[in-house]
Design a protein around this ligand. Structure first.
Ligand code: CAA
Length: 258
């Protein structure tokens, strides 16, 4: 069993819960945390007993960004040589549903981490923003790309160019988060949501993500082709037979997740 210093992991049924755990730095995403989180999610992605992954932080902070203390004195050559944020690409490639459960600050890289997840569930205390512009840099873990795709250019540009922080209500209004819930209901709602997803057929979940991703990556014709191929391929799975038989027999399906 791998030991982690910057994250905690817990299994609840088919859901793997990952809690970012650098309270002294409001869960700033330093290199160690990045490697631990990316390594763990890659392992969980390969484990058929896991149907969904939750990433969460503390009440005060989901994550306050990349670690500024670690980056402050770096040169361009050093950042390039170290491929400083490269491993995050692996996190974004996880095949299974990943749910960000956000309370408090989700700033800079923390906001970008949430945007790499498939669903964002937010507490009413959540605060999102890209403060990078005020540090003399720009978002560097996909923020400029994913925020435009998520909410459209004009609003995305305002957030990136000003660094303005928005609250949970505004984040919900513009379509950044799936749902906002009361602070004391967050973990319960998160558990319900994650369990509901994790219990679905795993091949169908993976296919759904591939098709959804295609909508971001390709034109309509190509995306429709990806969807058609993935839809058709599911008809050779035990779960498709079970899911449709359960419907016809008016009972709940019992998926084998393969
Ligand atoms: N990196 C390193 N340390 C951080 C940090 C970060 N991103 N955010 C907070 N911390 C540290 C603080 O330095 C402080 O440590 P010390 O006690 O050693 O001074 C500790 O966490 C607590 O923070 P504060 O005292 O600042 O807490 P606060 O409640 O007064 O303020 C906050 C909270 C508004 C989130 C403030 O901490 C803040 O503005 N943090 C930085 C946010 C930021 O600019 N993020 C973008 C980073 S750059 C980036 O992410 C680039 C990219 O795209 C990859």
């Amino acid at each position: 069993m791998t030991e982690y210093e910057t994250i905690r992991v817990e299994r609840r049924g088919r859901v793997a819960w990952i809690t970012l755990d650098r309270p002294e730095a409001l869960n700033a995403l330093n290199t160690q945390l990045m490697h631990e989180l990316v390594g763990l999610t890659t392992e969980l992605d390969a484990d058929d007993s896991v149907g969904a992954i939750v990433v969460t932080g503390s009440e005060k902070a989901f994550a306050a960004g990349a670690d500024i203390k670690e980056m402050a004195s770096q040169s361009t050559a050093q950042m390039r040589e170290a491929n400083h944020f490269g491993p995050w690409l692996e996190f974004a490639r996880v095949r299974k549903p990943v749910i960000a459960v956000v309370s408090g600050y989700a700033l800079g890289g923390g906001f970008e981490l949430a945007l790499m997840c498939d669903v964002i569930l937010a507490s009413e205390t959540a605060k999102f923003g890209f403060p990078e512009i005020g540090l003399g840099v720009i978002p560097g873990i996909g923020g400029t790309q994913r925020i435009v795709r998520a909410i459209g250019y004009p609003k995305a540009a305002e957030l990136v160019l000003t660094g303005r922080r928005i609250d949970a209500a505004e984040a919900e209004r513009v379509g950044i988060v799936s749902r906002v819930v009361a602070a004391d209901a967050l973990l319960g709602e998160a558990e319900e949501l994650a369990t509901a997803i994790a219990e679905k057929s795993l091949p169908a979940l993976v296919a759904a993500k591939v098709a959804l991703d295609a909508a971001l990556e390709t034109g309509l014709e190509d995306g429709l082709a990806v969807e058609a191929e993935r839809f058709t391929a599911l008809f050779d799975t035990a779960d498709q037979k079970e899911g449709m038989a359960a419907f016809n027999e008016k009972r709940e399906p019992s998926f084998r997740h393969r």
